[in-house]
Design a binder for this molecule. Structure first.
Ligand code: NAI
Length: 291
């Protein structure tokens, strides 16, 4: 039942944080991306995800194609790559060729339902797939949504739920296999509503966050600061997958359009803390908001 070795694929905002959190639990992690990630770069998004520098030794960075065979030793493979169904499925087809028969594959997707992720994959692989949706930053956010299906291998599900609960210190919540699961089904739309309303009312991000941050339960970063942390480039991907699943005429569709200013920010590299800054600009040393 134990998890002795984990692979995290995608060394971006979430993958890096998840790998660090697992290393903090004393478990070796293989962290793979399209090109080999450097530990400096991967820790940039969250400067303190490792409890102790020695935990970095438990993380082995590598390139997905060169290290594909190494995934055979992993008990749990976590996919945290770009929020794009076709790209995720292409990766799963590769994983299906190397995964050990009892190894679990889980996606950190924010919004894509499990049945879409595993469509067309071999039954045995699909039975060992689930969604483990960590929240940002993974070291600090207790909530973890797990999505499975009736066909999911129950031992695999029990193993991952137990590990996340007892070893990673998460509060595991079981969510239905619906777009956006529980938190993002609500969260995406309140972030979008805040952006649309701030533009319509001509508010600065500081003014908008001062008004809505506290009542929405995020007094520290506010809604706009949270978007900088999450990554503004994730927004169009999320809205694409939510729009695709909303029924025609649904009132939320109106809020699902990304304002042009957001696309301009993404195109010019203002993707949030991982980029040149976001709604809040960064100081030269990174990290802090400009007051
Ligand atoms: P990111 O854009 O920061 O990182 C994605 C990483 O995946 C990049 O380093 C990229 O090079 C790599 N990648 C892309 N295609 C790949 C492939 N085929 N093989 C290997 N690596 C590949 O993205 P982020 O924000 O970390 O999101 C990752 C996943 O986590 C997405 O599914 C997203 O919806 C989800 N998520 C994101 C949250 C956030 O706050 N940013 C919160 C919870 C879930």
């Amino acid at each position: 039942m134990d998890i002795h070795k984990v692979a995290v694929i995608g060394a971006g905002v979430m993958g890096a944080g998840i790998a660090a959190h697992i290393a903090n639990a004393g478990i070796p992690v293989l962290l793979l991306d399209i090109t080999t990630p450097t530990l400096d770069k991967l820790l940039k998004a969250d400067p303190a995800p490792l409890m102790h520098p020695k935990n970095a030794r438990l993380i082995t960075p590598g390139n997905i194609d060169d290290h594909l065979a190494a995934l055979r030793d992993c008990d749990w493979i976590i996919e945290a790559i770009v929020e794009n169904l076709a790209i995720k499925q292409e990766l799963y087809r590769k994983l299906a060729t190397v995964r050990r028969a009892d190894a679990v594959v889980s996606s950190n997707t924010s919004s894509i339902p499990l049945h879409e992720l595993i469509a067309g994959l071999p039954d045995d692989f699909a039975a060992h797939c689930m969604i483990t949706h960590f929240f940002n930053p993974p070291r600090y956010m207790r909530l973890l949504e797990i999505v499975s299906r009736a066909q999911t291998d129950q031992d695999a599900l029990a193993k991952i739920s137990y590990f996340c609960d007892h070893k990673l210190g998460k509060g595991v919540v079981t969510a239905n296999d619906t777009p956006g699961f529980i938190a993002n089904r609500i969260g995406i739309f309140w972030i979008q509503t805040a952006i649309h309303e701030a533009i319509a009312l001509g508010l600065t991000v500081e003014e908008a966050d001062a008004v809505i941050g506290k009542p929405m339960g995020i007094p520290k970063t506010g809604v706009f600061g949270l978007s900088d942390l999450v990554g503004i480039d994730l927004m169009p991907h999320l809205m694409h997958s939510m729009k695709h699943s909303l029924p025609a005429g649904d009132a939320l569709l109106e809020k699902a359009n990304i304002p042009p200013v957001i696309q301009t920010m993404i195109d010019t590299g203002y993707t949030g803390r991982k980029g040149k800054g976001g709604f809040y600009r960064l100081n030269r040393d990174g990290g802090e908001k400009v007051k």
